[in-house]
Structures are given as C-alpha cells and as structure tokens.
Design a protein around this ligand. Structure first.
Ligand code: FE2
Length: 392
C-alpha cells in the first residue's frame, strides 16, 4: 500500500528486542540497564517443569539480590487468577522489575498484575471500552521472554483476561503494556509439544492475516504481516513435525513477533471477535478457535480486498494468478483447512464441544467487536450466525 501525504500513522514496538538462539543470556544486560536488584518472575508450572526457569534465575543471580517467582498462572487467565498474581506481587513490595517467561497467558497475567499492583483497583477497572477506565499511570519495567510462537503479546498493547461472571474474554489496552524488552530465543520454544506449536502458530497466522487486510494497515504493518505469513507458511509444519528443528523454531518466533507487532499497530478482525466470544464461554485454547474460524472468515472477506487475499494465497504457496475471484477464494480456504488438518487440529466447533444453542449468544458478543476491529468488510448478526454455523 502507499500512503497519501496527509496520512499519519504511528508505530509502537518494544524499546529493545533481542533475537536468536541463546538470546536468554542477554537477560543479565537487560536487567542491568534497569538498575534492578529485586526481580519478580511470572511463569507457570509447565515452564518450570520444562526446566526453563532455573537457568534464568541462575543467570540473574549475579545481578539481582532478590528473585521472587509466581508460577500459578493458568491458561486463558481469569480475573481470580490475576488477583492471586497481584497479591503475590504486592507482597514482594521492593520488586523493581517484572519478567514474564511463558506463553500468551503468562505474559498477559504479568501485564494485568503489573497494572493492578502499580495502579490499584481491580483489573476490571481497566477494561478496554468501559466508561471512564482507571488510568494506567505507572508500571514496573517489564521484560517478556515468550516460550510459545503465537500470541506475540511481548509486542502488543493488549493484556487479555477472562471475566467468567459475564462469560466474557476481554482485556486492557495501553501502549505502556508493550514489553520494554522482548527476548526472543527459539531455544525456549523447543520443548513446546506439537499440538501447542500448531495451535499457537495458527494464532500467529491469524494475527498476520487479520492485520494485513485490516482497514488500519499501514506500510510497516504490511511489511511485518507479509513476512510473518511467509515464514509461517514455510516453517509451521516443520516445527510441528520436529520440535528440534531450530531453523523452523527460529523463524516461527520471529514470525510471531512480527505478526504481534502488525496487529498491535493496525488491528484484528472478525476471526478474533468470534474466537474471543467463544473464549468467554468455553476454555478452548485461543489458537484452536482462531484456526476453526479463519478459513470461513477469509472466504467471507475475500471480495473486500481481492489483491491482498491473492497475495496471501501466493505467500501460502498457492498459485491463484489465472483464477477468478471465487476460484481463488476457494483455493485459499482449502489450503488453510489443509494446513490445520495436516497438523491434526480439530476441524469443527462441534468437535471442541461447543453447544449449538450457544451460537446466538456468541453472535451477540462477537457483533459488538466485529465491526469495530477494522475488518475489511462489514458484517451483520445474521452473517456472523452463518459463519458460526459453517464452522460448526
Ligand atoms: Fe490472537
């Protein structure tokens, strides 16, 4: 895309990002830069069991005088589990730096705990879109070390949480929530099992595609999106097949970061609106709901930006040059389905336990977000219902 002279866009990314195999060792330098002596680490039991936290604390022991660890993060964190993290962080009253080591749920829990511990109230007071949200005035410096290649949370303005009382997956959004330092080390993604690699990879792919066709896309987010789609097309299957394939792991963590940066600076679309609505009702992994909705939403959106969708097809390795719009759209949709099927991800909402009678309630929630998100085509409630039905 090209910009007109009067167009203005801004770009927000972490202040510093380390990339590459072995990058975790740079944590020492990062901590020194903040003159920190009292470090608080947020992680989960899986990351501890994978043996990733012990080497981290060992590296920190020469710079920090005190290291505290909260490891009770849960997947798709609820308000209650964030409150537990806040309590623990508040007890470590001299903590002057926060490190998150884990997947999206860990990074989001760390962001939410940071907000509440430093600014008071409850995480619900900071929810995006509510009237008079409580301002985020200050935060502990935040280092993110993702152990999955999917969410891109290290690079985003979002902190996602689930309010079970309202059956709502929602979040806080603030530029201050982008990690000050992101450490992207493919070595720490090595232990991710194939199903998690596949699901989180599909989340990253959805980020890149939705950001690319978003009405808020700009030339820089386009560059990130295109590169991310290409890297995921070439490396997700190999990473799922062989977790020790470090070339694939390296490219996937890079793609996840670029896709996160792309959507954080442009927007997401209908896939995420629909997937997050499901996330409020069911504790199904976010990447799986995205993978289930993505092909159907792409088919729905295709005509609204034929040029960009044709480019996505090309990046995914599909030749659609001599096809008409309908044929091209069908080819891309079946390529997406093949990709997720080949990685043994579920293929229908029914398979993951969604109840058909919930669809109307899901439509109502998704509708609120679907047309605010910069999706390239407006969608009605009836069309959302049809999309859920197709995916069912
Ligand atoms: Fe996502």
């Amino acid at each position: 895309m090209t910009l007109m002279n009067e167009d203005v866009f801004k770009l927000l990314t972490p202040k510093k990002t380390y990339f590459g195999i072995g990058a975790v060792k740079e944590v020492r330098e990062a901590v020194k830069d903040f003159n920190s002596s009292d470090v608080f680490i947020i992680t989960d039991k899986g990351v501890i069991d994978a043996g990733l936290v012990a080497p981290l604390t060992k590296k920190l022991s020469s710079t920090a005088t005190k290291i505290s660890i909260f490891d009770e993060t849960e997947p798709e964190p609820r308000v209650e589990s964030i409150e537990r993290a806040v309590e623990t962080l508040e007890k470590a009253e001299d903590a002057d730096l926060l490190i998150a080591m884990g997947g999206g749920s860990v990074m989001d829990t760390a962001k939410c705990a940071n907000i509440v511990a430093m600014n008071g109230g409850s995480i619900l007071d900071y929810e995006d879109g509510i009237e008079n949200p409580r301002p985020i005035r200050r935060l502990l410096p935040f280092i993110a070390i993702p152990t999955t290649a999917g969410t891109g949370s290290e690079a985003t303005i979002w902190a996602v949480f689930t309010d079970t009382k309202r059956k709502l997956k929602t979040g806080a959004a603030d530029p201050k929530l982008i990690a000050d330092v992101a450490i992207l080390d493919p070595n720490v993604t090595r232990t991710m099992p194939p199903n998690l690699t596949a699901a989180t990879g599909m989340d990253a792919l959805t980020h890149a595609i939705e950001a690319y066709v978003s009405t808020y896309a700009n030339p820089v987010t386009d560059a990130f999106s295109v590169q991310a789609i290409k890297l995921i097309a070439q490396n997700l299957r190999p990473a799922v097949k062989d977790g020790e394939n470090m070339e694939a792991r390296t490219n996937m963590i890079l793609a996840s970061f670029m896709a996160g940066s792309a959507f954080s600076n442009s927007s997401l679309g209908i896939v995420h609106a629909m997937a997050e609505a499901i996330g409020g009702f069911y504790r199904i992994p976010h990447g799986i709901t995205n993978a289930l909705m993505l092909p159907h939403v792409m088919e729905f959106n295709f005509k609204s930006n034929v040029e960009k969708f044709a480019k996505i097809a090309e990046l995914m390795g599909e030749d659609v040059k001599n096809l008409d719009v309908n044929q091209a759209s069908k080819k891309l949709v079946s390529a997406m389905k093949e990709l997720s099927k080949g990685m043994k991800l579920p293929q229908t909402l029914r398979e993951v336990g969604l109840k058909r009678e919930d669809i109307l309630a899901l439509v109502e929630i998704a509708y609120k977000w679907a047309n605010e998100e910069g999706n390239p085509r407006e969608v009605s409630e009836e069309q959302l219902r049809e999309l859920y039905e197709k995916a069912y």
